[in-house]
Design a binder for this molecule. Structure first.
Ligand code: HEC
Ligand code: HEC
Length: 90
């Protein structure tokens, strides 16, 4: 079976496409499970479960600041928008 160059190129491009899809799929499949701490259900946090997210986030740093009652760990990731990472489910 003789293939002209155009056909070969098309087959090659399709193979590359499949490999890229496979790579993306594996990457997502292997992504670590969500382990970031949920915000606790206690008297300090209960009111944030019913509050609008952006509204609630204004209060977090009144306690979670370096001199507050619950400072963030020193290796804490960038803390913009607390509730994107610390979910309220559970
Ligand atoms: C009134 C003070 C106060 C406010 C306001 C507050 N926290 Fe806390 N937070 C604490 C204290 C104290 C702890 C540690 C003891 C505990 O679990 O209650 C804590 C613990 C946590 C934890 C760790 C839970 C765990 O499993 O270790 C997370 C996450 C958290 N807070 C997120 C938040 C977020 C997000 C907000 C804003 C929506 C917030 N906190 C507002 C006082 C506060
Ligand atoms: C980009 C994601 C992200 C954002 C945004 C974020 N955090 Fe965290 N936070 C983490 C990770 C990851 C950890 C460490 C792992 C864990 O929670 O178990 C952590 C840890 C904490 C802890 C200690 C939990 C423990 O078990 O000791 C507290 C308290 C906390 N964060 C509060 C906050 C507050 C308050 C904000 C907003 C000012 C915030 N975080 C924003 C990802 C985030």
């Amino acid at each position: 079976m003789a293939m002209n160059n155009k056909t070969k190129k098309t087959i090659l491009l399709n193979l590359i496409f499949l490999l890229v899809c496979g790579g993306v799929f594996l990457f997502l499949w292997n992504a670590p499970p969500e382990t970031t701490a949920f915000i606790p259900h206690d008297e300090k946090h209960e009111r944030f479960f019913t509050m609008e997210k952006k509204e609630a986030e204004k209060f977090c740093e009144s306690c979670h600041n370096p001199d507050g009652e619950a400072p963030l760990p020193p290796d804490h990731p960038p803390k913009y928008r607390c509730l994107f990472c610390h979910k309220r489910t559970k």
